[in-house]
Design a protein around this ligand. Sequence first.
Ligand code: APR
Length: 308
Amino acid sequence: MSKVSVIGAGQVGATAALYLAQMDIDEVVMVDVVEGVPQGKALDMMEAAPVLGFNAKVTGSNDYAAIEGSDVIIHTAGIPRKPGMDRMDLLKTNVGIARNVASEIMKHCPSAKIIVVANPLDIICMAVLRATGLPSNQVIGQAGVLDGARFRYFIAEKLGVTPGDVTAMVLGGHGDQMVPLKRFASVGGIPLDNLMDNGTIEQLVARTRTGGGEIVKYLKTGSAFYAPAASSVQMAESILKDKKRIIAASAYLNGEYGYDSIFLGVPVVLGKEGIEKIIEIDLTSEEKTALDKSVDAVKDGVTQLDTI
Ligand code: APR
C-alpha cells in the first residue's frame, strides 16, 4: 500500500493530489485548515475516477491524524505574497505554518519523506528540518525539477521539438539567482550548443530564472501550479517506487560543493530513503561564481529565519 499526503489543498496541493491519483498510488490525502475545501475537492476528484479510470482513494480532512501511515508528505501549505506584504511578512507566516506542519508530521508519521513546495523554498526546507529534527535525507525541496522543466520547455519551444526529449539541470536556490547549467543541456543526446547559438541560450536561461514571475504576471492573484505540482509528484514517485532518479532538488549540504548547513538545489539520487546521494559535479569557475551568488541569497533568508 502506498500513501501520499498533501498538506494544503490549494492550487498546487489539489493539482498534485489529482496527478497522484492518476498514478498507481493507493491512497491520497489532502489536509487543509479551511473546513470543507479538502473534503469537497477530494469528493470531486473521486467523482472523476470513473471517467479517468483511476483506482486511488482520495480523501480530504482538516485533521492531521489523516496523514498517519503516509510514505511521502508534500508540503504546499502557505500563503502567497499579497500586495503591500514584504518578504519578511511572508516568511514569518509561511515559517509558522511550516513549523506547525512539521510538528504534526512528527506526531503522525515521522518516517515519511517530506517534499517541500511552499516558498521561500530553501528557507522553508530549513525550517522543516530544524522543527522536525529528522535526518536531512528525509527533507527534500522541490525546485530543481520545476526550474529544469521550465528551461527544458523553453528549449523545446524554441527548437520546435518534443519537450520530453530535452534534458537540462538547474542548480542553486529557488530564486532569481538560480543557476541553469546550459553546459549540461541536451536534446535527444545532442549538446544544446550544437543546436542553438549562445545568445539564444542565454535568453532562455534568463527566462528560466524569472519563470515563476512570468506566470504570476499573467495570473495576478496566484502563482504557478500545474508545473510545480507535476514536479513534486515526479519526486514522490521516485521515492515511492524507489526509482533512484537523478534530479536536482533542494538538499541540506554538509560541505558538498563547499557549502555547509544550507539547503541548495543540487543533483541528487532520489529513492525510498529520500535523498540517497548528493552528486557533486565539477563546475567551471563561471558556474561556481554564479552558485556562490545564489548561496548568498539563500543565506540572507536563513539569517532572517534565525530571527523568527
Ligand atoms: N495547514 C494546512 N493548510 C494550510 C495552512 C495550514 N496551517 N495554512 C494555509 N493552508 C492552506 C490554505 O488554506 C490553502 O488552501 O494552504 C493552501 C495554499 O494554497 P494556495 O493559496 O492556492 O497556494 P498555492 O498556489 O497552492 O501555493 C502553495 O506552493 O508554489 C508554492 O509559492 C507557492 O508557497 C506557495 C505554495
